[in-house]
Design a protein around this ligand. Structure first.
Ligand code: G3I
Length: 333
């Protein structure tokens, strides 16, 4: 076996292979990124609060740098994200006097943000997570309570897609969410996206974040989610994949490195998951890891403080793990 096998080359008949990056990993993981990935997502730098801290001021430096790096290396970029309840500047919801804005003002500001950002990167971003995580995790509640919902009402979602489509008619527009394979949440996502589609809203795909671990969600539930979403005739992107080496209820914090057994199980898990993705490659056109190698992940200290999760196919030195070899096997099978 040859460790030079590029992941994106290996899967070129199937889907893009992406990584989330931030300004630090874009430097530190440069060679690894260039070698194995043909799609990038900004982990934080294209979120509202990063790009648009005050009404008059846009800060594009980090996002611009990511776009140039991608262009120089022939990579695509997924845009993340335009409308979200989190990491959004408070000013958008407030008047100068500090009171809550009215619906018209909020929608005008949202439109202006979407237009400015998407126009700047037109032609350089193949897909946008237009609306992120708008579905509630609470049983019996469809939409997540948020300022967007409270001020504008539920059609902030369809408006966001409409503005996005006008700004860049060629970009694929996605609804993106987590716990996407949980049956109850899955049905809510299905209901929302179906209603958008039925109304003729320009939406092209569903993003499955895929923050998973060794055993959950089960492969069966993942398959059911893929089938259900695909039945809407949507493109599916796996947008934020990471696979912790821990099982769901394993709270250990004493491991300095993953055990051999964990590495083995993680490789099997990567294998079964990518085999499944390949089965559905007619729908799944992009698979992005929420990072690239174990030296950096948002999962350091989460969900359990004081421990790492080693979720990627490359170790902290950027060397291939068993999970990488298993991916190469799956790609060649
Ligand atoms: O930038 C500030 C820095 O100035 C400050 O000193 C530091 C102190 O805590 O915080 C820095 O901001 C952090 C930011 O990441 C940039 O590093 C925030 O505290 C931290 O909350 C934020 O976390 C990000 C998280 O989204 C916020 O919700 C993670 O990096 C990022 O990986 C994560 O990504 C999300 C996706 O966008 C949506 N799906 C879930 C996924 C994982 O939570």
């Amino acid at each position: 076996l040859n460790a030079n096998v590029k992941l994106y080359e290996a899967f070129k008949e199937d889907f893009f292979i992406g990584a989330a990056v931030n300004p630090i990993t874009l430097e530190g993981q440069r060679d690894l990124l260039k070698h194995h990935f043909n799609s990038l997502t900004a982990e934080n730098e294209m979120k509202f609060i990063s790009l648009h801290p005050t009404e008059e001021e846009y800060t594009f430096d980090h996002a611009d740098r990511l776009i140039s790096f991608a262009k120089e290396n022939g990579m695509g970029v997924r845009g993340h994200t335009l409308v979200w309840h989190n990491q959004t500047s408070e000013w958008i919801f407030e008047n100068q006097d500090g009171n809550t804005v009215d619906r018209e003002t909020l929608m005008a500001r949202m439109k202006s943000h979407i237009e400015t950002v998407m126009t700047r990167y037109k032609g350089n971003i193949y897909a946008w997570d237009v609306v992120n995580e708008a579905i509630s995790d609470k049983s019996g509640e469809l939409l997540r309570p948020s300022k967007w919902l409270e001020i504008a009402g539920e059609d902030f979602i369809s408006k966001a897609f409409e503005y996005a489509h006008v700004a860049d008619p060629n970009a694929l527009l996605f609804y993106n969410d987590y716990n996407e394979s949980d049956p109850e949440k899955r049905e809510k996502i299905f209901t929302l996206v179906k209603s958008l589609k039925d109304k003729g809203v320009p939406i092209h795909g569903i993003g499955l974040q895929a923050h998973w671990n060794l055993e959950s969600p089960s492969l069966d539930l993942i398959r059911q989610a893929i089938e259900r979403y695909a039945s809407l005739d949507m493109k599916l992107h796996i947008t934020e994949l990471d696979i912790s080496v821990f099982k769901h209820d394993d709270q250990r914090t004493d491991l300095k490195e993953p055990t051999a057994e964990m590495m083995e199980s993680q490789a099997e898990r990567y294998g079964e998951i990518f085999r499944l993705f390949k089965e559905y490659r007619e729908y799944i056109t992009s698979v992005t890891l929420w990072g690239a190698a174990d030296d950096y992940t948002w999962l350091n200290n989460f969900p359990v403080r004081g421990r790492k999760n080693w979720p990627f196919p490359f170790d902290a030195e950027h060397k291939p793990k068993q999970s990488y070899w298993e991916l190469v096997n799956v790609a060649n099978s």
